[in-house]
Design a protein around this ligand. Structure first.
Ligand SMILES: [Zn+2]
Length: 147
């Protein structure tokens, strides 16, 4: 779904580990051009945290696979219900229909675990370009049958 804005190659994720002064190992995930089309591409890298921040800002304009996200949300709601009934002994009536999909997506980008954020990125339909550490939406022909 993501391509390099300079040369059009794919974007791949790269994992790096850095030892901090206090001895902890910090894990970084970088996204950058695979340089398949231009081996001298100057696209550069962007850290996953920054990428996700930019996605959150773009989210209102992005075409997302609402069905994919809704499936995940359904699972999440069932989990909360089970917890409430089994541990707290309360029966809450929450239904997936009450929840705004985009708000949920924003919530994941803000509060979710890295793996959840990555799953969410997998639900995007829009084409994204990466160049100079900035992601932009690539114009695609709108599919009127889905609106
Ligand atoms: Zn490139």
């Amino acid at each position: 779904m993501m391509t390099c804005g300079l040369c059009g190659s794919g974007i791949s994720a790269d994992e790096k580990f850095k030892k901090q002064q206090n001895g902890n190992i910090h894990r970084y995930v970088y996204y950058g051009c695979t340089k398949a089309r231009d081996k001298d591409c100057k696209c550069g890298y962007i850290e996953e945290k920054e990428l996700i921040k930019q996605f959150a800002e773009l989210l209102d304009k992005i075409d997302i696979d609402e069905i994919g996200i809704r499936e995940k949300l359904k699972y999440e709601v069932e989990r909360v219900k089970k917890f409430q009934q089994g541990v707290l002994g309360i029966k809450e009536k929450i239904t997936v229909g009450d929840i705004d999909i985009r708000n949920y997506a924003k919530y994941i980008l803000r509060e979710g675990q890295d793996i959840e954020k990555r799953e969410l990125l997998g639900c995007l339909r829009s084409k994204i370009s990466l160049s100079n550490k900035k992601i932009t939406l690539r114009e695609t022909t709108p599919d009127k049958s889905r609106r």
